[in-house]
Ligand binder design. Structure first.
Ligand code: BDP
Length: 718
């Protein structure tokens, strides 16, 4: 239901039932995202489907201010604003939205409405200038052509390929609008594990329809490539990037795409990674492959996002491989190639150090890839606000160009002449009514866009904006719920993989714990990453006795990480193999610290339920209930994680769970059986396993009784 109708119905109900008393908001499925509290003041339709008309229409429908809004594309270019920047000039009785381009004004309009919705409009005369940090603020959809979404937890793909190009869902436009409202301006619409069919004429006609819908919102389409496309769909017997026939195939294909989509963005490529084909199949390098595509795109202004997510089963330490492969190629990539690097050196874990590559390739256009979908952080079942995770990476100093050369500064291009810059986020969007599977996961879509525009914004500022626009501006709601969101990433680390533990999840679906698991590939096996044994736990990456990964960082990071005394404790087991009785900074043994950290995680997750219940008067019933049910489940899943990891590690440490922690609620044996075929029931009311000694602490029974039909989750199919 559109927000205007919702508003009218809700207002009528309120008046009918209670005079002017403020009542509970009307139910919503969350589809209207952060536009939820925008009240429509007019039903006007855009005069046409152009950027200019859309910008004007957003003001006509939603601007409540008395001051007249004037939208103007500047006659004389203002270099300070670039292509997408804007200026809001507030003077008496007037607000002027100025930019060099129409899309700049549309961003300005959304900026102005955001100020209105967050009660942040200036009182007197003022000029606000906003210029985005990155030129490309991209989304990566891991959407397959059969509408399944790799690592997607919010329903099917938005793109209905069977119906396109004839039938066009209204959702495509809603999607483009939502992206424009937070500044996202590029979208790679298909999975990086790409099916070459997307490049056939039949599919390109469908892609063109999407591109036409996205264009007025400033959203450029990118396509993920299958590097073997010349063989798969081009009738060639090779995909060697130096073969003239292959070069010609890509030139022709690129020309065909631009004929349909003149503002096509370019290609996103996963090559020689996890079984995907690539230039190395032909003895060529990543640079050979990327440059061949870059040359095909250059005449049209297109760019290549070439991913650095590479690793090989035989290597001793997967964390070192992106650097090992890409550092020697520094300086060899064309100007219109950006090398897309995941935030950490392994794979989107709840906490990783930064990828060392950010500090090692000064002559390469590096870009950051973050994951918005919660592959390793509880899927769409757990509430985790991810901005603190991304911000931690952006703010980390690589020291490559001296102090202050943070990942943000390096990727923004502050140290290169070539100012091409980009950032990518793997989306959490599907065809669920609320887009993201979890109402609270919408914040991660919002926050990604805001961060891509301005990496300096704090997690607090972004959460504040989102809550006010999506739920309520009442401080009694905003403060506690925001605090909960701000803690949620650290809480997730605490109950899943604290103190630098990583990759110990169940390996089939990447949901839930699996520390006991082994795999036919050692680098997919949790045991390879935690290396727990009688002597301790953790991956030794030091120079003297371990893999030497610490040496891939610049000083002083390298020696800080290398020395167990100076290594930050939240990364301890990432870099060191540590005895169970090692004394931590607070005097506890490592074992007790682990137990207490998990305990804190569980208790914080339990607290979420109570905090949310207090927020109830400010939230419509539908969203309230949906979130509450998920939060209860999250608390139970936290317990599941703790029991699994601690009971398994206990077989090596032989140390007791401290008395001030909850006793185990499951046996290791039953946890190891969790799977599609056997799902033990979570004990109700925090019941102790039979025969367990009396312990002083018990999980709060009221939380565990709330979802009586909870079973330990089955492992979803991949
Ligand atoms: C991993 C995912 C896998 C992706 C891969 C990638 O498990 O599904 O294909 O990353 O980024 O996180 O290519």
């Amino acid at each position: 239901m559109n927000s205007f109708k919702t508003f009218v119905i809700a207002s009528a109900l309120i008046l009918a039932v209670s005079g002017c008393k403020v009542e509970k908001p009307a139910d919503t499925d969350g589809h209207d995202l952060w536009f939820h509290n925008l009240e429509q003041v007019s039903d006007a339709k855009p005069a046409s489907y152009t950027t200019e008309a859309i910008a004007q229409n957003e003001i006509d429908r939603f601007w409540k201010g008395k001051a007249a809004v004037e939208i103007k594309v500047l006659d004389k270019q203002d270099d300070a604003l670039g292509r997408d920047g804007y200026r809001l000039v507030f003077s008496s009785g007037k607000v002027s939205v100025e930019a060099n381009t129409a899309i700049g004004t549309l961003y300005g309009v959304y900026g102005l409405l955001r100020l209105q919705q967050t009660d942040a409009l200036p009182k007197g005369s003022k000029t606000i200038t906003e210029v985005p940090a990155y030129e490309y603020r991209a989304f990566n959809h891991w959407d397959n052509l059969n509408r399944s979404v790799e690592r997607g937890y919010a329903g099917k793909s938005l793109w209905n390929w069977d119906e396109l190009p004839d039938k066009v869902s209204p959702v495509y436009q809603e999607y483009a609008r939502a992206n424009a409202s937070v500044g996202i301006n590029a979208t790679a619409i298909n999975n990086v594990n790409a099916n070459a069919q997307i490049l056939t004429p039949e599919y390109l006609q469908k892609v063109k329809v999407l591109a036409d819908i996205f264009r007025p919102y400033g959203l450029k389409v990118f396509l993920s490539l299958n590097f073997a496309a010349p063989k798969h769909i081009g009738g060639l017997d090779t995909s060697d990037p130096l073969d003239p026939k292959v070069v010609q195939f890509w030139k022709d294909k690129t020309a065909e795409i631009y004929a349909l989509i003149p503002d096509f963005g370019g290609y996103l490529v996963k090559a020689n990674s996890e079984g995907q084909s690539g230039p190395q199949d032909y003895g060529r390098t990543h640079a050979d492959g990327a440059n061949m595509l870059a040359d095909a795109l250059a005449p049209y202004g297109g760019v290549v996002f070439w991913r650095a997510f590479v690793y090989d089963a035989q290597a001793e330490d997967r964390a070192m491989q992106a650097s090992d492969e890409f550092v020697p190629l520094d300086g060899q990539f064309r100007d219109n190639v950006l090398v897309q690097v995941k935030n950490g050196p392994i794979d989107f874990q709840p906490r990783e150090p930064i990828s060392p590559l950010f500090g090692q390739a000064p002559k390469t256009n590096l870009m950051l890839e973050v994951q918005i979908t919660q592959e390793y952080l509880g899927h769409s079942k757990h509430m985790v606000y991810l901005h603190p995770l991304w911000k931690e990476c952006l703010d980390t100093d690589t020291y490559e160009f001296g102090k202050g050369s943070t990942v943000a500064a390096v990727t923004e291009g502050k140290y290169r002449d070539n100012k091409l810059s980009a950032i990518s986020g793997v989306t959490n969007i599907g065809d669920d009514a609320n887009w993201c599977g979890h109402q609270m996961a919408q914040i991660n879509w919002y926050a990604y866009g805001r961060m891509a525009w301005n990496p300096d914004l704090s997690s607090d500022e972004i959460a504040d904006e989102w809550l006010r626009q999506t739920f309520s501006s009442d401080p009694k709601f905003v403060k506690p719920v925001k605090d909960m969101l701000l803690r949620s990433r650290e809480v997730n680390v605490s109950y899943e993989m604290p103190l630098g533990l990583h990759h110990i999840m169940a390996s089939n679906a990447h949901f839930g714990p699996g520390p006991w698991e082994t795999s036919y590939r050692k680098d997919w096996s949790p045991q390879f990453y935690h290396k727990a044994g009688p002597d301790g736990v953790g991956f030794d990456r030091t120079v003297a006795t371990g893999s030497g990964a610490t040496a891939q960082y610049n000083e002083p990071l390298a020696s800080t990480y290398d020395n167990i005394e100076t290594c930050p404790e939240n990364l301890l087991l990432w870099f060191h193999h540590v005895p169970w009785d090692y004394k931590m900074k607070d005097g506890q043994t490592l074992w007790n610290e682990l137990c207490h950290t998990y305990q804190k995680g569980i208790e914080a997750a339990e607290d979420y339920v109570r905090i949310w219940e207090k927020a109830e008067p400010y939230v419509d019933n539908q969203r309230y209930q949906e979130v509450r049910t998920k939060l209860i489940r999250q608390a139970k899943d936290a317990m599941w994680w703790r029991d699994a990891v601690i009971l398994y590690f206990q077989t090596f440490s032989n140390m007791p769970i401290p008395d001030d922690c909850y006793p185990a609620q499951h046996t290791l044996d039953e946890l190891q059986q969790v799977g599609v075929f056997r799902r033990p029931q979570m004990p109700q009311g925090g019941a102790r396993p039979q025969g367990a000694p009396q312990m002083p602490r018990q999980p709060r029974p009221e939380i565990y009784d709330m979802l009586p039909d909870y079973t330990l989750p089955s492992m979803p199919e991949l």
